[in-house]
Write a protein that binds this ligand. Structure first.
Ligand SMILES: N[C@@H](CCC(=O)N[C@@H](CS)C(=O)NCC(=O)O)C(=O)O
Length: 244
C-alpha cells in the first residue's frame, strides 16, 4: 500500500495535529515540508492552507487532496478502522468534537498572539519559519522571506483577534487552560480518559507551538503547568501507545 502524503510545516499547529493523528493511528504517510524540494506531485487544493492530506491511487500517484484537519480526521476514520480516535459513546463523541473545535478555533487565538505579538517571539518566528522550506535557503531569499512573513503576520494580528482590548482576555484564557489541564493530568492520561481522541490532537496542535516554541507562551506554560508541557511533548508521537 502506498503511503498518504501530508504537506505541512512543523511551525503550523494544524500540521502538527494531523501528523500526530497519523502517527498514533499507524497510517503510513510521507511528511512533505511545504515549499521544500520534496513538496511535489500533490494535486491543487481550493484554499492555500496547510496541512494538505493527499491520497494515492494504486500506482502511488497522488490523485486526491484535501484541507481542514477536522474533515481530514473524519475521512481517515472512514478509510482506516484500527486505532480510531472517535469515542464510542455518542455523548462523549460530541464533547470530543466540541473540545477539538475549541482548540482549533479559540486556543489558536493564543497561539497566534504569543507568536506574533511579543517582539522577541516575532523575531524568532520570522527567523526560523522560512528555513522550514530548506535549511540551505540562500541568504537573500531568507532575508526577504523573513521580512515578508513578519510584516504580513504582524499586520494580521487584529484580524485574527489580538488587539489591545482582547490581549488580557486571550492571555487569561491561556493561563486558565493550563490550570485546568494541570489539574486534569494529575489523574488522567488523556483528555477524555484512557486513550487519545480528536480533542487531544486539537489541543496538542496549538500547544505544540505555545508550550514549546513561542517564547512567552513557553515561559507561562513551564511556570503554570510543567505536566502539560510534558504531555504535549509525548502527544507528538503516540505510535507506541496501545489503547485498552
Ligand atoms: N481549519 C484549518 C486551518 C489551517 C490553517 O489555518 N493553516 C495555516 C497554517 S497553521 C495556514 O496554512 N495559513 C495560510 C496562510 O497563512 O497563508 C485546519 O483545521 O486545518
Amino acid at each position: 500500500m502506498h503511503p498518504l502524503a501530508l504537506v505541512g510545516n512543523t511551525g503550523s499547529p494544524y500540521s502538527r495535529k494531523m501528523r500526530a493523528v497519523l502517527r498514533y493511528r499507524h497510517i503510513p504517510f510521507r511528511w512533505l515540508p511545504k515549499g521544500s524540494r520534496w513538496h511535489t506531485g500533490i494535486p491543487k487544493v481550493n484554499v492555500p492552507i496547510i496541512p494538505v492530506l493527499a491520497f494515492p491511487d494504486e500506482s502511488g500517484t497522488y490523485v486526491e487532496a484535501m484541507t481542514d484537519s477536522s474533515p481530514q480526521i473524519m475521512v481517515l476514520e472512514e478509510r482506516y478502522k484500527d486505532r480510531s480516535i472517535i469515542p464510542l459513546d455518542p455523548v462523549i463523541a460530541f464533547l470530543d468534537h466540541l473540545i477539538e473545535d475549541y482548540a482549533d478555533e479559540w486556543v489558536t487565538k493564543a497561539m497566534y498572539h504569543y507568536r506574533w505579538h511579543p517582539p522577541e517571539a516575532r523575531d524568532k518566528a520570522g527567523k526560523l519559519l522560512p528555513l522550514q522550506s530548506g535549511v540551505n535557503l540562500p541568504e537573500d531569499d531568507w532575508n526577504q522571506m523573513r521580512d515578508w512573513i513578519t510584516t504580513r503576520q504582524v499586520d494580521r494580528l487584529s484580524l485574527v483577534g489580538s488587539t489591545p482590548t482582547t490581549v488580557p482576555i486571550i492571555e487569561a484564557s491561556y493561563q486558565r487552560l493550563l490550570e485546568i489541564l494541570d489539574a486534569h493530568l494529575r489523574t488522567t492520561e488523556f483528555i477524555l480518559g484512557g486513550r487519545p481522541s480528536r480533542c487531544d490532537f486539537g489541543l496538542f496542535g496549538q500547544l505544540s507551538q505555545l508550550t514549546w516554541f513561542d517564547t512567552e507562551g513557553v515561559d507561562v506554560a513551564v511556570e503554570v503547568s510543567p505536566r502539560t508541557v510534558t504531555w504535549v511533548e509525548r502527544a507528538d508521537d503516540l505510535s507506541w501507545f496501545e489503547p485498552a
